[in-house]
Design a protein around this ligand. Structure first.
Ligand code: ADP
Ligand code: MG
Length: 626
């Protein structure tokens, strides 16, 4: 890989390291608790001590493994709150990520007095950012183009910078930010610590590391060999905002006696437990905030069958010794393969049959593939049951109960010869107008309404719309492996599956003639070429597999725009993955950018309101040139 073989970080046994062990202040630990994090993720447990110790750190870990807090916490710990100078700078590939990182850091820093965190990105007014910077900010998170812009204007100064972080470094290079990143690195003080996080470690990143980092500590989230228990495994595609409703549908259709539902945070556990209780399930919460007494009570109810469902965090469920759990639900995805295996191992014990169900939101799609790859388990994708199916099932169950009760009553009558009280009641209700059938139907109606067994027309309509949206989303993501996705935080937009796409390092991107750039196209076959992209580059004509639309932007090289500015602005504004952007041709006063035809309109709509390098731009469909 490189001349220096990365040292693999120490193996982390789940539960061995707590946030309290990492050398963080009380205030930060409180922030962590507020967010509901119960224990550090593997990358956090490994990276935090090194960054705190002042070392340069290179971390390799997939999306969703908690990298933000892995650098955010130690940086916050080291910031001198009495100084209002910029002490930390994080570079992120997109505006969306910059905002997310700034939000998470701000949450972690809730109990630090006098901290100020600012996201800076293209598309937002420069003046506003300058005003905030002038007031004094210690922690800046930004996209490379905009950060460089501020550096060149002198509105951002790095004289007091302690830590510079490249977050999602491969993605940034992928988007053509290499020159910008290098300029920022060149402007950072010699002695500031440098941290680089990346999901993959292609040559271009290793080269950056080699020239800009001092004896860095390499951390890779290690993977142990895992043996998967013999448990039936299925997963459902779910939308983040529909998760709790989806859970009810699943619970209503799964036959089980005891189930454990895993959430990633304590807050999540509490919220979900409340939701389940409100919907008539026998559920209770198990997490680290409970006293030993409370914990024991919950566990004994679960053991004796007084509870059907335990809603738990990984930590709380660790070491639970219960043999007859027959359903495990990964409501939130686990951080890594090991915890997946650990969780599903809670069921199917002592030779009993068990089932594991996992909820997968669009941005987590790559994780489930990763889990099946490493565990070699056959995790089957299943369709979420719909309301109609659930109500049919419940109706059938109700009728079954009615029949069983009739049977019992018939038996009882044989013995006593007398009419039972219920039949006497029924006789008092019959008259000329209503016979037994009418009365029985009325009773069924009451039961079905009371138990809310049949969904209302409005509910069915809402569900139909939801399903249509989901289908459309899946269709788009099949085309793009990414796509517009949802617009709620974290859903869809960040779904970047590096393992299944071609990698194209911005620096080595083919450049021909007068500023023509192109990005490697997404394609099913490109997964194999990752890392060796240079060899194949150039031979492939960009954008030939799909119908592209050429757009005209009214800025060009006179305005010092780079391809990265276009990719950054388009992805940042539209939420589309960078790889959908095709060829970029920069002329003196204008630029042509190829985008897939189906997104052209949306891109024009958002870009006509956006800025590139602080300039408002006009975008239009390019007229064919003579
Ligand atoms: P990455 O940068 O690796 O993609 P993030 O830092 O964005 O991952 O974290 C992914 C999600 O996990 C975020 O919602 C974050 O709040 C949450 N998270 C991070 N650390 C923990 C933790 N120790 N316990 C529970 N949730 C966590
Ligand atoms: Mg991240």
């Amino acid at each position: 890989m490189s001349e220096k073989t990365p040292e693999i970080g120490a193996e982390i046994t789940p539960g061995a390291i707590h946030f309290e062990d990492l050398g963080l202040s009380k205030e930060l630990l409180k922030g962590v608790t507020d967010l509901g994090f119960e224990e550090p993720s593997p990358i956090q447990a490994q990276a935090i001590p090194f960054i705190l110790a002042g070392r340069d750190v290179v971390g390799q870990a997939q999306t969703g493994t908690g990298k933000t807090a892995a650098f955010g916490l130690p940086i916050l710990e080291l910031i001198n709150l009495r100084s209002k100078k910029v002490q930390a700078l994080v570079l992120c590939p997109t505006r969306e990520l910059a905002v997310q990182v700034a939000e998470e850091v701000t949450s972690l820093a809730t109990h630090l007095r006098g901290i100020s965190v600012l996201p800076v990105y293209g598309g937002q007014s420069l003046e506003r950012q300058i005003r905030v910077l002038e007031r004094g900010v210690q922690f800046v998170v930004g996209t490379p183009g905009r950060v460089l812009d501020h550096l060149e204007r002198g509105t951002l100064k790095l004289d007091n910078l302690q830590t510079l972080v490249l977050d999602e470094a491969d993605e940034m290079l992928d988007m053509g930010f290499r020159d910008d990143i290098q300029s920022v690195l060149d402007k950072a003080p010699e002695d500031c610590r440098r941290v680089c996080f990346s999901a993959t470690m292609p040559k271009a990143i290793l080269a950056l590391i080699k020239s800009y980092m001092k004896d860095p500590e390499f951390i890779t989230v290690t993977r142990k060999e895992v043996t998967v228990p013999n448990v039936e495994q299925i997963y459902y595609d779910v939308r983040q905002h529909r998760k709790s409703d989806s859970l009810c549908l699943v619970l209503d259709t799964q036959d089980f006696n005891k189930g454990i539902v895993f959430c990633s945070t304590k807050l999540g556990v509490d919220e979900l437990t409340t939701h389940l209780l409100a919907h008539g399930y026998q559920a209770d919460a198990l997490h680290g905030n409970l006293s030993q007494g409370q914990r024991d009570r919950v566990m004994s109810r679960f053991r004796t069958g007084g509870l059907d469902l335990l809603v738990a965090t990984d930590v709380a469920a660790r070491g639970l010794d219960i043999d007859d759990v027959d359903l495990v639900i990964n409501y939130d995805m686990p951080f890594d393969v090991e915890s997946y295996v650990h969780r599903i191992g809670r069921t199917g014990r002592a030779g009993r049959a068990g089932r594991a169900v996992t909820f997968v939101t669009p941005r987590e799609a790559y994780k489930i593939r990763e889990i099946s790859r490493y565990t070699k388990a056959d995790i089957k994708r299943a369709q979420l049951p719909n309301k109609r199916e659930v109500s049919d099932l419940k109706t059938g169950k109700l009728l079954g109960e009615v029949m069983a009760t009739m049977e019992d009553m018939r038996e009882a009558r044989k013995d006593s010869k007398k009419l039972d009280r219920y039949t006497l009641l029924l006789q008092s209700l019959t008259d000329d107008e209503s016979g037994e059938v009418d009365i029985a139907a009325a009773l069924l109606k009451m039961l079905i309404e009371r138990e809310k067994i049949w969904p209302s027309p409005e509910e069915l309509e809402a569900e139909r719309r939801e399903q249509e949206e989901m289908r459309a989303w899946q269709e788009r993501s099949r085309q793009d492996r990414g796509g517009f996705g949802g617009n709620s935080r974290g859903e869809g937009r960040n779904w970047r599956d590096r393992s299944e796409r071609g990698y194209s390092a911005g620096s080595e991107r083919g450049r021909d003639g007068q500023g023509r750039y192109g990005q490697e196209r997404d394609g099913a076959e490109s997964g194999q070429r990752r890392g060796g992209a240079e060899g194949q580059r150039g031979g492939q004509k960009r954008g030939q597999q799909r119908d592209m639309q050429r757009l005209f932007f009214n800025v060009g090289s006179k305005a010092r725009v780079t391809p990265g500015d276009f990719v950054g602005a388009i992805t940042g504004e539209s939420g589309l993955p960078g790889r959908v952007v095709g060829e970029i041709e920069i002329h003196d006063r204008f630029t042509f950018v190829d985008v897939p035809r189906e997104y052209a309109e949306e891109i024009m709509r958002v870009m006509n309101k956006a800025q590139i390098r602080g300039m408002r731009v006009a975008v239009d469909v390019a007229k064919p040139m003579e």
